[in-house]
Design a protein around this ligand. Structure first.
Ligand SMILES: [Fe+2]
Ligand SMILES: [Fe+2]
Length: 351
C-alpha cells in the first residue's frame, strides 16, 4: 500500500494551520503540526523519515522559520526534506533569505488555495522522484559492486586453476605426477595452518604457489631429467639449475602468487644447515615458504615411487624427516609435522 505523504505545518497561529490544512486535505495528505520552531525540530528529529514536506511560517516567537530552516538544512539525513515558507513577510530580503537558506518555495499570504495545492503537489512529486532516483542509484551501485567482485574472484580462481594445470603438465614431462603437486600443495598449506607465525593468507599462497616448485625442470635437458642411474657431478650441477632458472623466470612478476612461487622454486632445495643449493642459505635466511616446501616435497617424494627409486614405507619416510631435523629441515616445522603426523600421512596416502 502506498502511504500518503505527510506534511508538517509549522505556525504559531492555530487558524493559519487550520486554513492550510483545509485546503490541502483535498489531496489526501496526512498532517502534523507544530506551534513553534522548537516543537517542529523535536518532531522532525524524533522521526525524520515520516515527513515528506514542511510548510514553515517565518515570524514565530522564539526561533524564527529561518532559524528552523538553517538547522534542518545543516543536518544530514534531514536536509533533503523540502521546506516551503508560508508567510506574511513579502519584502524582497526575506524572500531572498528564504531561498538562500534552502527553501524550495516561498508562498506569501494571502494566497489562493489552488496556488498552495499546486505548489505543494509539485514539490512533493519532485521530492519523491528524487528519493526514488537515489534509491535506484544505490541499488545499482550495490549490484555493480557485487558483480565486479564476482568477476574478480572468478578470474582469480581461473588463474589458480591454470597454475595447477600448467604445473601438472610440467610434471607429466618429468617423472612426477600431477598428484605429487596436489599433495605437496595440501601438506604445505597444512604446515602453514599449524605454524604460529603464518596465517590464512600464507596457507592460501602456499597452496597455490607450491605446485610450481619444480617448474624450472622444464629448462633441464630430458636426457638428464629422465636419467635412471646416478648423476655425474656435472649432470647434478645442471639439474640443480632448475631452482635458479625458475627464479629467473618468475621473479619479475608483481603478482603475489608468482612472487611466492619464485621464492619456493628458488629455495626448496636449501637445507637448514646451509648445505643445500643453489645458494647454500642457512636457517631462517631461507624463506619460510622455501623451508615448508623443502619438507613437504621430500616427504612426498620418499613415500612415492620415482623412476630412480621405489616408494619408501611411511614409517621410514617419517623417520627420515625427524632424523634430519635441524640438518636438512627447519626444526620448528619438523615439530609441527610430528605433532600432526596423522594428517600428513593421510595426505601422503591420498591418491
Ligand atoms: Fe626441485
Ligand atoms: Fe617436487
Amino acid at each position: 500500500m502506498i502511504k500518503n505523504s505527510r506534511i508538517l505545518i509549522v505556525d504559531d497561529v492555530v487558524d493559519n494551520i487550520r486554513v492550510a490544512m483545509n485546503i490541502l486535505k483535498e489531496d489526501n495528505y496526512d498532517f502534523s503540526f507544530a506551534h513553534n520552531g522548537a516543537e517542529a525540530l523535536r518532531l522532525i528529529f524524533e522521526e525524520p523519515e515520516q515527513f515528506d514536506l514542511i510548510l514553515l511560517d517565518i515570524m514565530m516567537p522564539g526561533m524564527t522559520g529561518f532559524d528552523v530552516c538553517q538547522k534542518l538544512k545543516s543536518t544530514p539525513g534531514i536536509q533533503d526534506i523540502p521546506i516551503i515558507f508560508l508567510t506574511a513577510k513579502v519584502d524582497v530580503d526575506s524572500v531572498t533569505n528564504g531561498f538562500q537558506l534552502g527553501g524550495v518555495d516561498y508562498i506569501t499570504k494571502p494566497f489562493h488555495p489552488s496556488e498552495l495545492l499546486v505548489r505543494v503537489k509539485t514539490h512533493l512529486d519532485l521530492y519523491h522522484a528524487k528519493q526514488l532516483l537515489k534509491k535506484n542509484n544505490i541499488d545499482l551501485q550495490t549490484k555493480a559492486k557485487f558483480e565486479v567482485r564476482r568477476l574478480l574472484s572468478e578470474l582469480e580462481d581461473s588463474q589458480k586453476e591454470m597454475i595447477f594445470i600448467l604445473a601438472e603438465l610440467m610434471e607429466a614431462t618429468s617423472d612426477e605426477t600431477g598428484k605429487h603437486i596436489k599433495r605437496v600443495a595440501e601438506s604445505s598449506a597444512l604446515l602453514a595452518k599449524y605454524h604460529p607465525c603464518l596465517n590464512e593468507d600464507d596457507m592460501d599462497t602456499l597452496y597455490h604457489a607450491s605446485p610450481m616448485h619444480d617448474i624450472g625442470k622444464m629448462t633441464i635437458p630430458l636426457g638428464i631429467l629422465h636419467k635412471a642411474g646416478r648423476y655425474t657431478e656435472d649432470e647434478f650441477l645442471i639439474m640443480q639449475k632448475h631452482t635458479s632458472n625458475a627464479y629467473g623466470l618468475l621473479s619479475h612478476s608483481d603478482r603475489k602468487l608468482i612472487k611466492a612461487a619464485a621464492i619456493i622454486a628458488h629455495e626448496h632445495h636449501e637445507k637448514w644447515n646451509g648445505k643445500g643449493y643453489p645458494q647454500g642459505l642457512k636457517g631462517a635466511d631461507i624463506h619460510i615458504y622455501g623451508r615448508v616446501v623443502a619438507l613437504t616435497d621430500v616427504f612426498d617424494a620418499l613415500t612415492h615411487k620415482r623412476h630412480y627409486k621405489d616408494a619408501w614405507e611411511i614409517d621410514d619416510a617419517v623417520k627420515y624427516i625427524i632424523e634430519h631435523r635441524e640438518t636438512q629441515f627447519d626444526p620448528e616445522l619438523v615439530d609441527i609435522f610430528k605433532e600432526h603426523l596423522n594428517e600428513f600421512i593421510a595426505i601422503a596416502m591420498s591418491k
